[in-house]
Design a protein around this ligand. Structure first.
Ligand code: GFP
Ligand code: GFP
Length: 837
């Protein structure tokens, strides 16, 4: 690797090389310097935001120094790297995470205090980086943390949306979307204007003969947009390894800027082109698990895949290795089908630009890619219309046809008698218009396909990929159960609990080996330990109660049982089941005698999450929750026995306050619909119990913590199809308790009933697709068990501690280890530890 500074001058360079702070003195020095110079402020106008900025820049300096060293080390090591392609990275806040991962939070706390600030106030100035919708994007963020912590040479590639997921406001009980402009001041990204890639769209394909007389495809014409790299350092915990997340931003290409228009005085039109180019990375699409096939979305996908592939291929070519070595140096992981075009793009680069023959190229492609599936719901599976693709990416469509044709020939040979098989597995769906089925393309172009929890990985093999299992054999399909990073979701979100655990286990080793939590079971008889545990839970509930008071004006009793459901709002996740259950509880309380009421544990039902702007039913669910809250919270007769809260604008930093405060949380999807779920893991790790269906990772959580430590209810995945069939053919009977709930709604108890009629009807007379009625009775009964169990606080606490001690399996470190060993075949690159880390 060549260095740009010649040998004789390198000594001077090294002498002045940046070091970053380690002591409190140095931290204060750097912070003040940044406030005074980088921000041009002074002690006369340094508010909390400026203090946040100064402290962040001080930490950023440290990160970027390690980032440089890490990249250098990885370049010299010349070994395989992982590239994680995800359209979403739900990172949340960076400063707290950086402080904890480099081990200097105490230094910063003391330093900020000297300078006149409270660290909590400073941290809370940061705007969440919300480049994702929910579970899928947060999983990507947890994976980045684990890959860095385990010292894997790994890069994330994504899009730098100018607007992340919208901000949610609740106005008169309705969701209102407000754009989230998060880039005002973002010290965590480095623009790299020197790394700009030309991305082509539209145009046409012609055939040319090259010098050797070989027939090659040339993609010509159309338009060019620039992709500019922005780098975000990803610090590992307790290791100097600092990996990179490269996000692409779109910009009009200089060559494209229309000087003709400009010179002829049509300045507006030329700026219009500029804006059109910038639209590509302008917004994150909100996800309602309904594939909508908007051209701009396809543009985003290609833009990001092509820029990333260009970068990966450029890096590989620096090594001057033969193309056949590509899969030994590069593993590309597709997070869902969104990056599937990367498969086609690599084939295009190898065949059209590098001149490899088709078969050799395709072999490299298949060895390089792997694909993780996150849903089996048919309406969520990505498809692109052939005419749209033909117009936008004409050469890619040709390549897809060729891949499909070769694949179908192979299948035909293997199953000559099964003609219908060819129709079923074809990448091109014969509909009007024809559609490209991205999940099939991703499967055919990858060497491994995985689901994200055991049940889900079994389901993909028996449903959407059933035929592909016959074709490729079962080994191509595997399972990697999701995980979460204990750094953010325990250490950062629940510092006191983390500290208590460390005091018992003799240090923080559990943060890098979560199975160590096992040893907590030895302390189940330790009275002081249990008392402190309980105090911490209470303090966390007080903190959430304060947040609720500040944001909604409703006072909740922190001694009540906190029952929480926070996640995207979707019918399959069944927030409607939850709120209908809450209404049932309300009606029950109203009918209770004073004696009976005394025996009931007070409850706070807490909801949070965003509905996709176009998803009317989800928005109605939010409105129902708010309307019920309005009535219940103002019913003096009920008082503390029940409160219903909607927390506005749920995001990562709010999750850090909410998760540690739960007594019970709800993971109640219709069995077979939630691929894994990851908040279930976060809640249990923070000492809360869960009520859930036999779905996704709930099943494995049960296996780990034991059946007596979880509240399971409802129908099983294997029965869902029969139940739906029965509904359709006239065997639907509304649950009688649920019928009473609907009567109350229809009677106007929670305001104008018309506003809820579509929601009620979807259950009563439109087939109840999500089996709300079928599961209602079991749900209500199980909540009664929760009430009973909560009365015995001693036993409840024991369940919580036992569960936490058994959560080791759900670390994203375990998960990344499995990807690395089974799918990527990549080794860590462990750096020498320096002082201070
Ligand atoms: C380039 C350089 C590396 C350097 C990184 C980061 O890497 O030496 O460490 O940039 O600045 F070659 P590639 O992106 O080309 O791999
Ligand atoms: C999706 C699935 C979840 C799964 C995550 C991560 O989440 O079951 O846990 O991906 O694999 F639905 P959402 O993005 O839909 O929340």
């Amino acid at each position: 690797v060549e260095a740009s500074i010649p040998e004789p001058q390198r000594e001077a360079w090294k002498k002045h090389s940046a070091q970053g702070f380690t002591t409190k003195e140095e931290f204060e020095n750097e912070t003040v310097r940044h406030v005074e110079t980088t921000l041009a402020r002074s002690l006369f106008n340094c508010d909390e935001l400026a203090a946040y900025s100064g402290a962040s820049l001080a930490f950023r300096d440290r990160l970027v120094i390690e980032w440089n060293r890490t990249q250098q080390r990885q370049t010299f090591a010349d070994q395989k790297r992982v590239y994680y392609l995800s359209l979403e990275f739900l990172m949340g806040r960076a400063l707290d995470n950086a402080m904890l991962n480099v081990g200097l939070k105490d230094v910063a706390r003391a330093g900020l205090k000297d300078l006149g600030f409270r660290i909590e106030d400073v941290i809370s100035q940061e705007h969440d980086a919300a480049l994702g919708n929910g579970g899928l994007g947060r999983l990507a963020a947890c994976f980045l943390d684990s890959m860095a912590t385990l010292n894997y040479p790994a890069w994330g590639y994504g899009l730098r949306y100018r607007y992340g997921i919208f901000k949610q406001e609740i106005v008169d009980g309705y969701q209102v979307e407000v754009p989230d402009y998060w880039l005002d001041f973002n010290p965590w990204e480095f623009p790299r204007h020197d790394i700009t890639v030309d991305i082509q769209f539209y145009g046409h394909v012609s055939r040319h003969q090259d010098e050797d007389g070989k027939n090659i495809a040339v993609w010509e014409g159309g338009e060019i947009v620039d992709a500019v790299a922005f780098d975000v350092p990803i610090p590992g915990y307790s290791t100097p390894t600092t990996n990179n997340l490269r996000l692409w931003s779109s910009k009009a290409s200089k060559g494209e800027f229309d000087f003709q228009k400009f010179n002829s005085g049509d300045y507006e039109a030329s700026v219009g082109d500029q804006q059109r180019a910038e639209t590509i990375s302008a917004v994150l699409y909100p996800n309602d698990n309904l594939e909508r096939g908007k051209e701009l979305r396809l543009k985003q996908q290609y833009f990001w895949c092509a820029a990333s592939l260009y970068d990966i291929v450029r890096r590989f070519k620096k090594s001057k290795k033969a193309w056949s070595a590509f899969p030994d140096m590069v593993a590309i992981q597709l997070n869902d089908t969104h990056p599937t075009l990367a498969i086609v793009e690599l084939q295009r680069i190898l065949v059209d630009l590098e001149g490899l023959d088709w078969t050799e190229a395709w072999d490299i492609v298949q060895k390089t890619f792997s694909y993780a599936n996150h849903t089996v719901m048919p309406e969520a599976l990505e498809k692109w219309s052939v005419p749209v693709m033909q117009n936008l990416l004409p050469r890619h469509l040709q390549i897809i046809y060729e891949v499909n044709s070769q694949f179908l020939h192979m299948v035909e040979k293997q199953f000559p008698k099964d003609r219908d098989m060819l129709r079923r597995v074809s990448i091109i769906e014969e509909s009007q218009p024809q559609m490209v089925q991205m999940a099939y393309l991703a499967t055919i172009g990858s060497h491994k396909v995985n689901g994200v929890a055991e049940l889900h990985s079994d389901l993909i093999k028996t449903t959407i990929f059933k035929d592909f299992v016959k074709i490729y054999g079962p080994d191509k399909f595997t399972n990697v159960t999701n995980g979460i990073t204990p750094r953010r979701w325990l250490h950062q979100a629940n510092p006191r609990l983390s500290e208590l655990i460390a005091s018992k286990l003799g240090g923080y080793e559990f943060l890098t080996d979560l199975t160590k939590l096992n040893e907590l079971e030895h302390f189940l008889d330790d009275k002081d330990f249990k008392k402190e545990w309980q105090e911490i839970k209470y303090a966390n509930k007080v903190r959430l109660a304060q947040h609720i008071m500040n944001t909604t004006g409703v006072r909740v009793n922190p001694k009540a049982l906190f029952d929480i459901q926070v996640k995207r709002i979707h019918e399959y996740k069944r927030q409607q089941l939850n709120i209908l259950g809450v209404i049932h509880r309300y009606l029950t309380i109203k009918a209770m005698s004073a004696e009976e009421r005394k025996k009931l544990a007070p409850r706070v039902s807490i909801f949070g999450g965003k509905a996709a702007p176009g998803y009317w039913m989800a928005k109605t669910v939010i409105h129902l929750v708010c309307s019920v809250g309005e009535v219940v919270n103002n019913d003096k007769d009920v008082g503390d026995l029940l409160k219903v809260i909607y927390i506005e604008d749920y995001n990562v930093s709010k999750a850090e306050i909410i998760t540690p405060a739960s007594d019970i949380s709800e993971h109640i999807s219709t069995a077979g619909t939630e691929a894994s779920g990851t908040s279930n893991m976060k809640f249990v790790l923070n000492g809360g119990l869960i009520i859930g269906t036999c779905d996704g990772a709930n099943i494995e959580i049960t296996r780990e913590v034991g059946e007596s430590n979880i509240f399971l209810f409802g129908n099983l995945a294997e029965d869902v199809e029969d139940l739906r069939h029965a509904h359709t053919y006239g065997n639907f009977k509304l649950d009688p308790d649920l019928a009473k709930v609907f009567d109350a709604i229809k009677g106007g108890r929670f305001g104008d009933a018309n506003r809820f009629s579509a929601l009620c009807n979807s259950i009563i007379d439109q087939g109840d697709y999500y089996l709300v009625s079928d599961d209602f009775n079991s749900y209500i009964k199980t909540h009664a068990l929760v009430d009973e169990a909560y009365k015995d606080q001693e036993a409840w606490l024991e369940k919580c501690i036992t569960s936490v001690s058994r959560m080791g399996f759900f670390s994203s470190d375990r998960c990344i280890q499995e990807y690395a060993d089974m799918i990527w075949n990549v080794e860590p690159l462990v750096p020498e530890q320096r002082n201070g880390k």
